[in-house]
Design a protein around this ligand. Structure first.
Ligand SMILES: NC(=O)C1=CN([C@@H]2O[C@H](COP(=O)(O)OP(=O)(O)OC[C@H]3O[C@@H](n4cnc5c(N)ncnc54)[C@H](OP(=O)(O)O)[C@@H]3O)[C@@H](O)[C@H]2O)[C@@H](O)CC1
Ligand SMILES: Nc1ncnc2c1ncn2[C@@H]1O[C@H](COP(=O)(O)OP(=O)(O)OP(=O)(O)O)[C@@H](O)[C@H]1O
Length: 637
């Protein structure tokens, strides 16, 4: 008879022995003896097997045990009649004997009713194929067979001669087991006998009792899932209500300040663009939803720790900016700052840590960078992504950088593929699993690497993956802006030097360095409203509709690598922000802007904390050590 190819679950000898060891334990045997429904026992068996390193479902364990029992019974019979053939029939005969000799007598009929005539397991290079009949609905639903019922069946039907396999042929196609000493063919056994038995069983009271029992369990399971669903829905409703309440409060604030500004007509005369820097104008966000009146934020700036949002009057004057003008001049001190408002948006995108999640759900981030000269930058970015909360962090770097980066941290997954001839294909394989990409830290400027980076960006765009471009990635964008132009999930993070290069490449004229806000807005617009973060004393963030400034106090320490901490953490936050936005949360601001603000504030907070500990000797590694506490302080308090 041909082996059952629909199953395909091969049990190795060692796995089977482990299973038998577990199954043979006293507590398992006792539990099996005392219960009709014993799926929970097999769940325990499966779990214990898992602990020993073998992943099997409870059902696989149950079916395997049943198969072994059938082999054992056949062998036991065969031993009487066939002079020691029993070991061929049941490889684990001795173990089974030891276990089952302490149990109630097994009913052979139980194990031949599902086609025993040829479904014995067969050895195959140390492996055995499970021969259990998957269609045995009775035993599959109940687990172990209830002995009392079986005994009764036996009384009603004449004993069926047990087929003794005398020849087991293993080959590509033919696994033949011929019945011996039997007047009935295997097919007869497998097709006729079970049907008759099942019919009888249906009339048997014990069977009915079991059916009832099973129905009740299924019902209880249904109820559990229904309640769980209701609980989750309630949780969703609670979150939505909270979110709506926040929006409502912001709306009210906006209206309040609008009315204040309308009572002061003279205020409209001062465009934001020309506001004296000392006034550090603050103003309401003009993101699409804000212009629809959903949100309006004001604050009184503080010289050191403010986050002001400057409405861009540069391209498109907006009356809301004047609100801030007025607000500032009124000297109000009673409002939460704009930074608090954006920080609360950042908080809202941070996924909760729950035991319900599996590894990877909170983010798998890829860093494209790392070459012979620069191994620190990709490491800083990747480890920062992990410390912020990504579950997995991959670095795609050149071969000679890989070993070095690996040696910095066992926590990173490092792929030495960037300079291989099929680099793009190698990286592309991983893209479906990545939630965010950071291109550029330590990439270097070799043409071949930049070409690979370009193609990876193209492929990531096609997959809608958020992409942060930093350092040498920005060099690439300077050469070929179209690589990222207009991609709404793209973020550029230039320092002043990189920004100047980009600006001049796009505008073909020198940048006016006296007005950074205007320049950053112009660059964003020229890049198709891409989110741009101009790093510096204040980090200026814009998507071309407004400029938000993050000036949370850092320190005077400017060691290399801080930008990598920024880009790595931004990779994670961009993933979270876009995921939250897709789920309908935090739509009052462009998710890329929220992510950028979150990463800037975090970097600066780390810088401040590290400086407090280490002063002048602060390095980026010291800042990375602070990520946990800084994150908590900013986003989880
Ligand atoms: N440990 C590692 O492995 C690290 C590796 N890194 C990696 O190095 C690669 C090259 O990156 P990069 O930063 O050296 O190149 P780029 O931005 O062109 O600067 C070149 C020059 O521009 C100037 N300049 C810079 N900022 C300025 C500002 N705000 N305002 C004004 N001027 C400014 C300054 O010129 P200077 O003042 O020295 O004349 C500077 O020397 C890249 O892959 C990166 O990821 C880094 O991440 C660090 C840690
Ligand atoms: N003058 C400053 N005052 C306070 N914070 C600053 C200042 N300049 C930069 N930062 C902070 O450091 C972060 C990194 O900016 P930086 O200009 O060092 O980037 P970078 O040159 O690209 O870094 P890297 O050394 O990684 O290449 C900024 O986001 C900002 O938060």
């Amino acid at each position: 008879m041909q082996a059952n190819t629909t199953r395909g679950f091969l049990w190795s000898d060692v796995e089977t022995r482990t299973l038998l060891n577990i199954w043979g334990e006293q507590d398992i045997q006792t539990a099996l003896d005392g219960n009709f429904r014993n799926s929970f026992v097999y769940r325990d068996v499966s779990r214990r097997l898992g602990v020993m390193g073998f992943e099997r479902t409870p059902e696989q364990c149950r079916v395997r045990i049943k198969s072994l029992k059938r082999q054992y019974l056949l062998a036991k019979e065969g031993n009487l009649r066939n002079n020691g053939q029993y070991h061929k029939i049941c490889k684990f005969y001795d173990t089974m004997e030891m276990i089952l000799s302490n149990r109630p007598a097994l009913d052979p009929q139980e194990f031949i009713d599902s086609g025993a005539g040829g479904e014995e397991a067969v050895d195959h290079e140390g492996l055995e194929e499970d021969g259990e009949d998957a269609q045995d609905a009775y035993s599959e639903s109940t687990g172990e067979c209830p002995y009392p019922a079986e005994t009764e069946v036996k009384l009603e039907y004449p004993t069926v001669p047990i087929p003794i396999p005398v020849k087991v042929t293993v080959g590509n196609n033919s696994t033949s087991v011929r019945p011996h000493n039997s007047s009935q063919s295997a097919s007869n056994l497998s097709t006729k006998t079970p049907k008759r038995q099942r019919k009888r069983r249906a009339n048997f009271p014990m069977e009915k009792l079991m059916e009832q029992f099973l129905e009740q369990s299924a019902q209880a399971e249904d109820n559990f899932y229904r309640m769980e669903e209701q609980r989750l829905q309630a949780e969703d409703r609670r979150r939505e209500a909270e979110h709506a309440r926040e929006l409502h409060m912001l709306q009210m604030l906006g209206q309040m300040f609008s009315s204040i500004s309308s009572t002061r007509p003279g205020s409209a005369a001062t465009p934001c663009k020309t506001a004296p820097p000392a006034r550090a104008p603050v103003f309401s966000s003009a993101s699409p939803s804000c212009t629809q009146g959903q949100s309006s934020h004001l604050r009184r700036p503080s010289p050191q720790t403010d986050c002001c949002t400057q409405q861009s009057q540069l391209l498109n004057p907006d009356p809301q900016a004047l609100v801030f003008e007025r607000y500032y001049s009124l000297g109000s001190t009673s409002h939460r700052g704009m930074d608090d408002d954006i920080l609360s948006l950042v908080k809202s995108i941070v996924p909760p840590l729950t035991s319900k999640k599996h590894k990877g759900q909170d983010g798998r981030i890829g860093i494209i960078g790392g070459c012979q000269d620069y191994t620190g930058a990709p490491y800083f970015a990747a480890i920062s992504a992990l410390k912020v909360g990504a579950d997995l962090s991959h670095v795609f770097c050149t071969k000679d950088a890989a070993t070095v980066i690996k040696s910095y941290s066992p926590e990173l997954i490092v792929h030495p593929v960037l300079d291989s001839p099929n680099a793009v294909e190698e990286i592309e394989k991983w893209l479906p699993r990545l939630h965010g990409l950071v291109v550029g830290p330590g990439l270097g400027r070799e043409d071949v690497l930049l070409k690979t980076a370009k193609e990876v960006i193209e492929k990531s765009k096609a997959r809608d993956i958020p992409i942060v471009i930093d350092a040498d990635g920005l060099w690439l964008v300077t050469q070929q802006p179209s690589v990222i132009q207009g991609y709404h999930k793209g973020i550029l993070t230039p320092n002043f030097m990189e920004f100047t290069r980009l600006y001049e490449a796009l505008h073909h004229e020198p940048m006016d360095s006296s007005d950074h806000q205007r320049s950053v807005m112009q660059l964003s617009v020229a890049m198709g409203n891409l989110t741009v973060v101009l790093k510096g004393e204040q980090d200026l963030i814009t998507d071309g509709t407004k400029v938000i400034s993050c000036s949370i106090e850092g320190s005077g320490r400017r060691c290399g690598g801080q930008g990598d901490l920024l880009s790595g953490s931004m990779g994670v936050l961009a993933h979270w922000a876009h995921a939250a936005s897709a789920a309908g949360m935090g739509r009052s601001l462009n998710p890329s802007v929220v992510a950028a603000y979150g990463a800037c504030s975090l970097t600066r907070q780390c810088n401040s904390q590290a400086y407090q500990r280490h002063g002048r000797s602060t390095t980026t590694s010291d800042m990375i050590q602070e990520i946990g506490t800084a994150f908590k302080k900013l986003f989880e308090s």
